[in-house]
Write a protein that binds this ligand. Structure first.
Ligand code: C2O
Length: 498
């Protein structure tokens, strides 16, 4: 665990989290990377040092602090081709930003091509000294973070070209694969009668998981850094990029219980041989694998989640009742092998969108990539409809918006609208055909913000747009000189490489 003022060294290391050795791209030499932990109001100064050497994977890097608003510091958002050029090998870059208004469960990951699939992912926790849910739990420390990740035995470039299925699910960096050795699984230790706040983070490249702890109910209190009214469930589906905090009371007989992360789709193997499992172990229980079973009776439905204190969605309480109403329909073009949103695939521009604006581009139509940049006026209510697609087209897609959280006025899996007290979050499952996830937010944060599918292969295939929010204010932002140096250095790196 590291604090808000820290170095983060990015390097290639050979690891075998599931018993299979491969070279990976890691932060702090571990998978997942070190937990970054601070508190609400902190100023974070994270110095990212690029020591990457392995040419079979990306050697540039950027880091995105997923869910952090970056108010006034869009240059520190870490999205390659949108807010910065990559950091070159043997170079470093200081990300400096404050977190004055947010608390909860976030994460960080590379935002260059599909690099985070090669390992660069970690938890980012912001504690709230005035947490309104504090009286509901006794323990919330490093031991209560549960990260779910999909893992491959090939580099992300090869996985992408070959559309390879994940080999293993890593829970807190440990897991097993089909035909692999029975390596030890992650253990979460608890003491009887205590109430735990577990922070579940889906740092997946692709996979959605159904998460459960045998024999225990989970009370959801947070979704993606936004507090919710407490909601009791026995399992929850969590998509790539999403997070939940749940409260679990250790009130069952002392023993071992399975923690399950069942990959939802695409024929990934289930729980045989200890796959997709970790262990909840009570103090006093034998060191043994559990024998518990589980059938879900009350899974989480997003539509049942309500923002804490029930704030209503901004804008008028009917579909299309915002100041700006956008329908972003996605399709797949088989010929070009790319996803398109309203007819355009996102092809990363060489000059990041932020640099284009700072260099004088003032109108959305002057910004590259053409057709993928939308201008949003300041201080307006925006409604975005994201119609779902079929499983064949890779749905349901989890869409993540940078720079904001939003009210989910219609869930991807529901036909109802809720303008009264919808959950707020930053990554939403758009559901399947016939679904229409609909979100609202207010443009109170100038910046070029990515909206994209968090299945990293889909982002690479163009499933993204950029919102240029309040261009006049963006053009007044002043990134540090080190930011201005990134693009020339990266251009140099690329041309020396040829
Ligand atoms: Cu978690 Cu655009 O990122």
């Amino acid at each position: 665990q590291i604090g808000p003022v820290s170095d983060l060294v990015i390097s290639n290391e050979v690891i075998s989290p599931d018993g299979f050795s491969r070279s990976a791209v890691l932060a702090g030499k571990t998978f997942p990377g070190p937990v970054i932990r601070g508190k609400k109001g902190d100023r974070f100064q994270l110095n990212v040092i690029n020591s990457l050497k392995d040419d079979t994977m990306e050697r540039g890097t950027t880091i995105h602090w997923h869910g952090i608003f970056q108010r006034g510091t869009s240059w520190a958002d870490g999205a390659a081709s949108v807010t910065q050029c990559p950091i070159t090998p043997d170079n470093s870059f200081l990300y400096e930003f404050s977190v004055p208004e947010q608390a909860g469960t976030f994460w960080y990951h590379s935002h260059l091509s599909t690099q985070y699939c090669d390992g660069l992912r970690g938890a980012f926790i912001v504690d709230d000294p005035l947490d309104p849910h504090k009286s509901l739990y006794d323990v919330d420390d490093e031991s209560t973070i549960i990260t779910l990740a999909d893992w491959w035995h090939e580099t992300a470039h090869k996985v992408f070209e070959g559309a390879l299925l994940a080999s293993a699910t890593l829970i807190n960096g440990k897991g097993r694969y089909t035909g692999g050795p029975p390596v030890s699984l992650s253990v979460i230790n608890v003491k009887h009668s205590l109430r735990y706040r577990f922070r579940i983070i889906a740092m997946a490249c692709e996979t959605a998981f159904t998460f459960a702890i045998d024999g225990h109910t989970l009370t959801v209190i947070e979704a993606d850094g936004e507090n919710t009214d407490p909601l009791v469930v026995d399992s929850l589906e969590i998509f790539a990029g999403q997070r939940y905090s749940v409260i679990m009371t250790a009130n069952r007989p002392v023993g071992n219980y399975w923690i399950r992360a069942n990959p939802d789709a695409r024929g990934y193997p289930g729980f045989d041989g200890g796959r997709n499992l970790a262990i909840l172990r009570y103090a006093g229980a034998p060191v043994a694998e559990p024998k518990t079973t589980f059938v879900s009776k009350s899974p989480l439905k997003e539509v049942d989640l309500h923002a804490a204190n029930d704030p209503s969605a901004p804008g008028n309480p009917w579909p299309g009742g915002a100041d700006v109403n956008l329908n972003l329909a996605h399709t797949f073009d088989v010929q070009k092998s790319e996803y398109q949103i309203n007819g355009y695939a996102f092809h990363p521009p060489t000059a990041p969108v932020l640099l284009q604006i700072l260099s004088g581009a003032q109108r959305a139509e002057d910004l590259l990539p053409q057709g993928s940049v939308y201008f949003l006026p300041p201080n307006k209510v925006i409604e975005i409809s994201l119609p779902g697609t079929s499983v064949r087209l890779g749905g349901p897609h989890p869409f993540h918006l940078h720079g904001h959280s939003f009210s989910v006025v219609r869930s991807g899996d529901s036909t109802e609208y809720n303008f009264l007290d919808p959950v707020r979050r930053d990554t939403v499952n758009t559901g399947l055909e016939g679904g229409n996830a609909t979100i609202r937010f207010v443009t109170d944060n100038a910046g070029p913000w990515f909206l994209h599918c968090h299945v990293d292969w889909h982002l690479e295939l163009g499933l993204a747009v950029v919102f240029a929010e309040d261009i006049p204010s963006i053009s007044k932002t002043k990134p540090p000189q080190s930011w201005n140096d990134l693009c020339p250095k990266y251009d140099n790196f690329l041309s020396n490489r040829k």
